[in-house]
Design a protein around this ligand. Sequence first.
Ligand SMILES: [Zn+2]
Length: 276
Amino acid sequence: MRVFISVDMEGTAGVVDWAQCIGDGPDALAGRRLLLGEVNAAIDGAAAAGATEFLVNDGHAMMRNLAPEDLHGEATLITGWHRPIDMMEGIDSSFDAAFLVSYHGSMGAELGNMSHSFNPRAVSETRLNGVVVGESVINSLVAAHYGVPVVLVTGDQTGCAETVEVLPNITTAVVKDSITRVAASSLHPRRACAVIREAAERSLKTLERIEPKPFPTPSTLEVHWRTPDMAEMATWVRDVDRTGSRTTAISGSDLLSVYRRFIAAITLTRVVAEEV
Ligand SMILES: [Zn+2]
């Protein structure tokens, strides 16, 4: 059994503000150790359920947060940024299941510790078919394109609840409760890892219950940008439509194409987002 693991960082127990997950300072290095423990817990749980091959996609910030030699399961690791399929690079139809580890709430959600949707400087809300969603659901579009069931999400209560709203049969592992955008009540790392390990093992026993293609086709991904010039710039990407002064929409039945247009718009708008 092959498992694809997309890894973010803001949903890690004990990591609650940006100093702990951006850059290479001592707080960030400590945050990376906590993240590594949670990723390994997910791998251990999957292995207990019979998984034998693991591809880990490090998808946070500069996308090089995990030490290859410390990964369990002799996992293959995708690191480094500028990738066509971003946090889902590497997934294809050969995988039996996908995990989303250390995910967080969307920018439009209530009470999300470090909530954001891909770029907090540019995006104030993302909606899929009218429902406010975050990175977990948007990344699941790629898994759906390849027919790979997303069976597990770990992180704070907000990120997990948002995911369940759209993917109701997914297994969740809540390791911290958001209090504000820069505060949370976290499980002790050992307990967090135990929760993730158990949930990962259990999730692979639910494969028959999970719809591998859970999204309607066509689907529409709407982005609310922080400024009108960001919305305008997003339309420089083909088939990104302006729907309001600060909103754009991407529609299509090819969910990978929807995702790639979205990532292109996010990448492009960084040019103006860095200036505000
Ligand atoms: Zn992140």
